[in-house]
Structures are given as structure tokens and as C-alpha cells.
Design a protein around this ligand. Structure first.
Ligand SMILES: Nc1ncnc2c1ncn2[C@@H]1O[C@H](COP(=O)(O)OP(=O)(O)OP(=O)(O)O)[C@@H](O)[C@H]1O
Ligand SMILES: [Mg+2]
Length: 312
């Protein structure tokens, strides 16, 4: 049955379908060819293809029968290493199809050091029939004895151009019209996370017409064009016009103070003012960001920030 969730529907089934990560894919293909897959550690940011690569390996190895030979566990859900151990034991009891079965342990970096030591012993006990693929965001949180038992693969977040053709392909298959500016907006807000990009595209599929504005509104992010205008007005000492935009962002669009601060931050460096002013802006923004994290009223704080720009 075809999934109606696009991140599942368009998840590549084979290693060759994975975008970017070329050195990793080549190495994995080589290991599979030689039938010598070791335990693996996949490290990297969210939505860059770690789970996809593990599923593709299972698919390459077992084809249709991958379900019975692939166990996915989430270290942060499976309350403690004991549940992991029981599940692994159950799973490893039946004979593997290809010499070994695969256990994919997501968020391995959320395990405590003690749990990781226990995991290490489990990995050793079942080494004859199971290969572990551990996934984490930060390999530095994985204890050295586990790292040394694994081949470490470092996934990187995806580049805009790499994301673009993959997303355009999905849009085409779904019969969506997405112009270049809107696609760039989708990619910008996704920050190298393909899951977020594909999910945003799916959200947009219900819009009558896609534009950069609709992109920012479906994901509830500040439109960079609005924020830029607000900053330029404030810098030109047109405080009430700048304030009007701020109020629309906060109350009209329902954005949080944090959302607005984040977009201001990404706009500062490209503003048409001299470097000294940019530094001052960043320094001030840091102060206001801190006040917001302390629970201050976003509207008052951001208005105070804008008021300062006219007299910098
Ligand atoms: N390199 C990639 N090539 C093609 N599609 C990708 C790639 N990375 C991610 N995707 C898409 O994004 C979705 C999420 O990817 P995946 O589950 O592999 O992320 P992950 O790296 O495991 O992230 P997390 O750390 O959040 O678990 C997939 O369903 C797939 O559609
Ligand atoms: Mg994953």
C-alpha cells in the first residue's frame, strides 16, 4: 500500500536512490558486495538519510523479506537498556536469512554511559547473528569502546542544490506547480533537513497557489521580506511603520518572539549598513534574545529593540 505521508512515500528504497552522502554510499555498497558489513555507527544531523540508508541496506540484503530481518528500536523510547536487551534477544532467536540480521538503534546517543556499556556487551553476545547499526546526532556522546567496534559513517546535512532536484521531482510527480522562489524558500527554512523540506512541500500541496509567502505561513515562520522591511524602517528611524510590521508578525501571523528574533538574526549580515552597525545590531539582538528566554513580554522587548535601531 502506498503511504500518504510523503516522507515515507518518497523515501528511497535503494542505496543508489539516496541523495548526496556519496562516499558513505560507496563504502556501504562495497561492504555489502564483499558480504562483510561490520557494526555501524551513523552520525549526523536530522533528516539527512541515516534511517533511510539503514532501511536501504535491509532492502538490498533481504528484498521482500526485510521485515523479518530488520529490527528498529529507539533508544530514547525503549526505557533503558533492559528493554533493548529483551527485544534483541527475542529478535535474534530465529535464524537469520543472510548470515545475520540487522538491528537499527536510533538515538543511541540518548543512552547513559552505563546503558552503553550494557549495549556493548549485547553487541558482543549477538555478534554471530546480528549486525548493529547505531544512529546518533553526535558521535562524541558514544563511548569509545562502542565506537571502536563500529565503522563510523558521518552523514552531512544536505546542500540546497542537492535538495532542489529531489524536491522538484516530488513536486512533478504530485502535479504541483512550485516556482523557483518558493522552492528556494522551502529549502531555506529546511536548513539541510530533507524530512522537513518534504513535509513542508506536502503541507503546501493543499494551497491553491504556492508562493514564498504561503511557504512561510504554512510553516509558521517569519517571512524574511517582512522582517527585512521592518529592520530597514527601524534603521531609518521610521519607528511607527516598523512597529506596525512587528505587530502584524506577532499578532496577525501569530509568530512567537523567538521566531522573529531568529529571522532578524539571519537578516542582519545582509543589511545595507556598515559593519560597525551590524556588530552593534548583533550585540543588541543577543541581549533581547536573552531577555525573551527569561520570559519577558516579546512585544515590549522587540519594540524596544526596534526603537534602538533609529539612534545607532
Ligand atoms: N539523503 C537523502 N536522500 C533522499 N531522501 C532523503 C535523504 N535524507 C533524508 N531524506 C528524506 O527525508 C526523510 C527522513 O530521512 P531519514 O529518516 O533518513 O532521516 P534521519 O537521518 O534518520 O534523521 P533523524 O536523525 O531525524 O532520524 C526520508 O523519508 C526521506 O524521504
Ligand atoms: Mg532516523
Amino acid at each position: 500500500m502506498e503511504s500518504s505521508i510523503w516522507v515515507e512515500k518518497y523515501r528511497p528504497h535503494r542505496l543508489d536512490g539516496i541523495v548526496s552522502q556519496k562516499p558513505i554510499i560507496e563504502r556501504l555498497k562495497y561492504l555489502l558486495e564483499k558480504n562483510s558489513l561490520p557494526h555501524c555507527l551513523f552520525a549526523g544531523p536530522a533528516g539527512c538519510g541515516k534511517t533511510t540508508a539503514a532501511l536501504a541496506i535491509a532492502n538490498e540484503l533481504y528484498g521482500e523479506q526485510w521485515h523479518g530481518n530488520f529490527l528498529e528500536l529507539n533508544a530514547s523510547n525503549e526505557r533503558g537498556i533492559d528493554t533493548v536487551r529483551v527485544k534483541v534477544k527475542d529478535f535474534a532467536r530465529t535464524m537469520p536469512l543472510q548470515g545475520y540480521k540487522i538491528i537499527y538503534l536510533d538515538e543511541a546517543d540518548s543512552l547513559t554511559k552505563d546503558a552503553q556499556h550494557a549495549l556493548r556487551r549485547t553487541m558482543e553476545n549477538y555478534a554471530a547473528t546480528c549486525r548493529f547499526i547505531l544512529a546518533c546526532n553526535y558521535s562524541g556522546k558514544i563511548i569509545p569502546p562502542i565506537q571502536s567496534r563500529c565503522a563510523v559513517f558521518r552523514f552531512s546535512s544536505l546542500r540546497p542544490d542537492e535538495m532542489k532536484s529531489y524536491l522538484q521531482d516530488i513536486a512533478l510527480k504530485e502535479g504541483m506547480k512550485v516556482d523557483d522562489d518558493s522552492m528556494d524558500a522551502v529549502i531555506k527554512i529546511s536548513e539541510g533537513d530533507m524530512r522537513r523540506a518534504v513535509n513542508t512541500l506536502q503541507l503546501l500541496s493543499s494551497a491553491k497557489k504556492v508562493s514564498p509567502e504561503t511557504v512561510y505561513s504554512v510553516v509558521n515562520r517569519a517571512d524574511p521580506a517582512d522582517v527585512r522591511k521592518m529592520l530597514e524602517l527601524a534603521l531609518a528611524a521610521k519607528f511607527s511603520d516598523a512597529r506596525e510590521i512587528l505587530i502584524t508578525l506577532l499578532h496577525g501571523r501569530g509568530l512567537s518572539g523567538d521566531d522573529v528574533v531568529r529571522e532578524i538574526h539571519s537578516q542582519i549580515l545582509s543589511l545595507g549598513v556598515d559593519d560597525r552597525k551590524k556588530l552593534l545590531l548583533i550585540e543588541r539582538l543577543g541581549e533581547y534574545e536573552f531577555r525573551l528566554t527569561e520570559g519577558s513580554n516579546p512585544r515590549i522587548q522587540l519594540e524596544a529593540f526596534l526603537a534602538q535601531l533609529g539612534i545607532l
